[in-house]
Write a protein of this length. Structure first.
Length: 267
């Protein structure tokens, strides 16, 4: 047998082994998807029913004449049970959304991120007209992707910027192209509460929070959703921050234009 024949035989064997590995990985992913579906179904049906009972009956007990039969301590305990049931329900809904996110596939359409960001910020300002905020939105940033999923990502990123600048006399929020360590990216930046950089990776885990509920409300799933959206598009997201000096969230999407190299909050 010639060397050429041996090479071709080895190549065929390698391709066959590679195809088998791909098939095995596909089967494993399908198994994981089925487990996620089962988990979602469990949340939707098995767990929601008893939770609705806890919320509903505790709400009834908080009304006269039942609430009047409890002393101040008993009323406080009952209110805590009711609040906890509402929070658990919200967390379940957030987990369901995480499970379902991007399961229907990612559409490929033209998305004007600058216009989307402006619309989101305008909505936040309209809902809190007393807030003073300066929002710099760079125009002309457009990508190809799923508009529904990308809007969900921007709503969480800009919503966080809005939330964590709530104690500023004047909040400064930026959306636009930027570069981080030479990597072209799109950035959402604020000058709010910030966080310790060493904990940045925890931000993208579901139900992980770097601030207490007493400081800032939320369930801790928003950035986990953002990361799933970016991964579904073949992109990635990361964060830079300092406690008390704001935070910057950078994300990349395939095919996006080169980032601006300007610096500062208004870059």
């Amino acid at each position: 047998m010639t060397n050429t024949a041996l090479d071709e035989q080895a190549l065929h064997a390698f391709n066959a082994e590679l195809q088998q590995r791909v098939n095995d990985c596909t089967l494993q992913l399908e198994a994981v998807a089925r487990e996620l579906d089962a988990f979602g179904a469990s949340l939707s049906h098995d767990l929601r029913a008893p939770l609705r009972s806890i919320e509903g009956f505790s709400r009834l007990l908080l009304q006269p004449p039942h609430i009047e039969q409890l002393d101040a301590t008993g009323q406080d305990y009952l209110q805590r049970v009711h609040r906890a049931s509402l929070r658990l329900g919200q967390m379940m809904e957030e987990m369901l959304q995480l499970v379902r996110l991007a399961r229907g596939g990612v559409k490929s359409e033209h998305v004007d991120l600058s216009r989307m960001a402006r619309d989101i910020v305008d909505g936040l300002q309209a809902a809190a007209p007393a807030r003073r905020a300066e929002a710099a939105i760079e125009p002309g940033i457009a990508v190809t992707g799923d508009a529904r999923l990308l809007r969900l990502a921007l709503e969480n990123l800009l919503g966080n910027a809005w939330k964590f600048t709530c104690r500023n006399e004047v909040a400064n929020i930026f959306f636009g192209r930027a570069a981080d360590d030479g990597v072209a990216a799109i950035c959402v930046r604020d000058d709010g509460a910030g966080f310790e950089q060493k904990y940045a990776d925890r931000l993208f885990r579901a139900f992980q929070r770097l601030h207490s509920e007493a400081e800032f409300e939320g369930t801790g799933t928003g950035l986990a959703k953002v990361q799933r959206v970016m991964h579904a598009h073949g992109g990635r997201i990361w964060a830079r921050a300092q406690r008390g000096q704001g935070a910057s969230f950078y994300f990349t999407l395939p095919g996006m234009a080169a980032a601006s190299t300007r610096t500062g909050l208004e870059q």
